[in-house]
Design a protein around this ligand. Structure first.
Ligand code: 13P
Length: 402
């Protein structure tokens, strides 16, 4: 496994004297500690790069720059080239930071060019992506992040997974004290991972994805517990060596989804799933063909509880031995489902909800998620009730998942 990355982005902070003071404290704390599973990276302002480079010599700390130009040299006033950075011992380069995008109007095109220049020079780009608050509220988080990842990497035809890092930094979480919840971060990180895997196969899938935005010693453990969070990019809290050290030394305990045996439902009341008792005809759109996943567990439970259920997923036929339909379009009109349960999240959910609405159910039941919020708004515009975030909680209760 590749080491996690704990990176501090100092932004436009710390003079030479302050840099020296910082490392006196930070390196003293680091002495004798052996973090085999993580890399420590610091991105000081350009003026402190040379000094930092000499101070961190023979220590585990690695050097990053906060930006870089794509060319090797030339008439680019105010810019610094990848070769120059390499000469100073820089290994990582932050690119496309939201402050560069929003305050200095760097666009996807320029960021993609910078990234190509940095990558070709053998430096490791940390490509920052993330939505603004209004983009999130409009339900565009995943499409914005997808565009920024794709455009940022578009000039690389092949990729070496150790040589690129992505940082998900929601703009609304930067410097605000409001971090994304671990669940929000995980949802976007796993979406980024899927995107990278579609673009570059196994190499893409193995790229490390960091979270940034109001990371502190208090929230780092819960953020790092998520399976797809492989490090953090810290702004404000990295300016204080004591605080940053607390972040760096966090104990990492990754959450795992435990596969569990089907529980005994014999004395359970179906009302635990909060499906009104007078509703008996249900459609289940299942995402996972694997046994013992929430969709299969719920399905099995409802069948035993006597509901009339049609699963929309051919895999159920094999798993549970019940009649299934291949898609929502093939549901017979006379079935008139009262409830549609959708086990899908993210980008695939909207079209499913649109199709389900044509069947005029009373209730749509689905998991919590960013895109699912859009789907909720859509369904409610049709006068259909939406129940969210029940399934996992209830399935967890049923199966004693942690
Ligand atoms: P804060 O940690 O201050 O929110 O900044 C995050 C960031 O922009 C790191 O690049």
């Amino acid at each position: 496994m590749k080491p996690y990355i704990f990176a501090g982005n100092w932004k436009m902070n710390h003079t030479l004297r302050e840099t020296e003071e910082y490392f006196k404290v930070f390196l003293r704390k680091l002495a004798g500690r052996d973090f085999v599973d993580r890399e420590i990276v610091i991105a000081p302002p350009y003026t402190s790069l040379a000094l930092t480079s000499s101070l961190i010599k023979d220590t585990p700390v690695k050097l990053a720059s906060q930006n870089a130009h794509f060319a090797t040299n030339g008439a680019f006033t105010g810019e610094i080239s990848p070769v120059m950075l390499k000469e100073l011992g820089v290994e990582y380069v932050i690119l496309g930071h939201s402050e560069r995008r929003h305050l200095f109007k760097e666009d996807d095109e320029l960021i993609g060019k910078r990234l190509e220049g940095v990558y070709k020079e053998g430096l490791i780009p940390i490509l920052c992506v993330g939505e603004t608050l209004s983009e999130r509220e409009a339900g565009h988080t995943l499409s914005v992040v997808e565009r920024q990842v794709k455009r940022g990497l578009e000039r690389l035809t092949e990729i070496s997974s150790e040589k690129v890092v992505i940082a998900y930094e929601p703009v609304w979480a930067i410097g605000t004290g409001v971090n994304a919840t671990p669940e929000q971060a995980e949802e976007v990180h796993s979406f980024i991972r899927k995107t990278l895997s579609t673009l570059y196969g196994k190499d893409g899938e193995a790229i490390r994805i960091l979270y940034g935005g109001s990371v502190t010693p208090d929230n780092v453990a819960s953020l790092m517990s998520k399976p797809n969070v492989e490090g953090v990019l810290v702004g404000g809290a990295s300016l204080d060596p004591e605080k940053f050290f607390k972040i760096v030394e966090v104990k990492i305990e990754k959450e795992t989804l435990t596969e569990c045996a089907l529980p005994d439902y014999s004395n359970l009341d179906p009302s635990i799933l909060e499906i009104p008792k007078n509703y008996k005809r249900l459609l289940i759109v299942g995402a996972s063909p694997k046994p013992n996943r929430p969709s299969n567990i719920v399905m099995d439970y409802l069948l035993k509880a006597g509901y009339e259920v049609i699963p929309i997923n051919p895999a159920y036929e094999e798993i549970l031995g019940v009649k299934t339909l291949p898609n929502l379009e093939s549901v017979p009109l006379e079935f008139k489902p009262e409830v549609v349960i959708i086990f899908r999240r993210s980008s695939e959910v909207l079209p499913v909800v649109e199709k389900a609405l044509k069947l005029k159910p009373k209730v749509i039941w689905m998991q919590e998620g960013i895109v699912n919020n859009d789907a909720k708004t859509l369904a409610e515009a049709y006068g259909v009730k939406v129940v969210m975030n029940l399934c996992f909680k209830k399935v967890h209760q049923l199966t004693k998942w942690k």
